[in-house]
Design a binder for this molecule. Structure first.
Ligand code: CP
Length: 317
């Protein structure tokens, strides 16, 4: 694995999940694999889970990890080629990335989309500029359109908990939110579940919240949430803003919040969310505090996903 940006870099999804679960069983089994190697982690946006779980994963492999919050600690970066830098940006990625490539063996980068310009966001300019200029493997800590470490974690959690000898019915449902959020987690979850191919996968959302079909091809898509939830084994709750008329909130109907009433339609489904979650907006207290919630198990698994991916990337260093 040269970089880790999406499911496309993974040659065998089930093997990567198996590797992650082996790290969960024995976190220090490869405690010297990353000895004398350094992971740089650049955050252009806030994070709790990604930041801490990836540092822990690096430590379990014997790597040093250094976190750098670009917005707070560093110079404002410019990413556009041929930019005339007479505005607020101070340093071009053409200098910053190769410098960081000299300091680190692997570089993790978290960016977010602007949610203003779909073409720019979906071109993944920021992370692609790091790939072009850093000269070391790039680990996506969430990009403008995808969150692959989260999706690998989600798959680990599903494989760890669903033990029946049949395909699970997995439903990804849109939920209301107070802010316009990226499509990253929803795109990425759809991409990984369809590539995995071992689920009956249904996506449900109100009209106008269609995602980019390049991520959802292979899923059944419906605007009828109650119908979608019927007999579900796993329900993944997530808000996203509109993709077509980009970055907007249209319908924000509270009826789409996941409650015990909705849970009753399912096959006693386990409930997933990437966190952070807005309680009683996206998901009710009764669900999050109840026995069906897997959200903290899921977040705990972020360490093992990161460790499995770092172990692969270290082979390039
Ligand atoms: N799910 C997730 O990526 O959480 P953080 O934003 O806290 O890293």
């Amino acid at each position: 694995m040269k970089n880790f940006l999406s499911v496309h870099e993974v040659s065998a999804i089930s093997q990567l999940v198996t590797n992650a679960l082996a790290f969960k069983a024995d976190p220090f089994k490869d405690a010297t694999l990353g000895q004398r190697k350094r992971l740089g982690m650049l955050f252009l946006n806030p994070s709790m889970r990604t930041r801490i779980s990836t540092q822990l994963a690096a430590k379990n492999l014997g790597m040093d990890a250094i976190v750098f919050n670009v917005g707070q600690d560093g110079w404002a970066l410019e990413f556009e080629d041929e930019a005339i830098m007479s505005g607020s940006t101070v340093e071009h990625v053409k200098e910053a990335a190769p410098v960081l490539g000299k300091y680190f063996d692997i570089l993790g980068v978290r960016t977010f989309p602007s949610l203003k310009n779909k073409t720019d966001d979906y071109s993944e300019l920021y992370i692609n500029q790091f790939i072009k200029y850093a000269g070391v493997p790039i680990l996506s800590l969430e990009s403008a359109t995808l969150h692959p470490l989260q999706s690998l974690t989600d798959l680990i959690t599903i494989q760890e908990t669903f033990k029946e000898k049949r395909k699970p019915k997995i439903v990804m449902t849109w939920a209301p939110h107070v802010k316009a959020l990226p499509q990253c987690v929803a795109n990425s979850f759809s991409q990984w579940i369809t590539a995995w191919g071992n689920a009956d996968f249904v996506i449900t959302h109100p009209e106008d919240y269609e995602l980019d079909s390049k991520f959802t091809n292979g899923a059944t898509i419906t605007h009828d949430q109650d119908e979608a939830l019927k007999d579900a084994d796993i329900v993944y709750v997530k808000n996203w803003s509109t993709y077509q008329d980009y970055g907007k909130i249209y319908c924000n109907d509270p009826e789409w919040m996941l409650t015990n009433e909705k849970l009753a339609l399912t096959n006693n489904a386990k409930i997933m969310h990437c966190l952070p979650v807005r309680r009683n907006v996206e998901v009710s207290d009764e669900i999050l505090d109840g026995p069906n919630s897997m959200v903290t198990l899921q977040a705990g698994n972020r360490v093992w996903a990161a460790q499995a991916v770092l172990a692969e990337l270290l082979k390039q260093t």
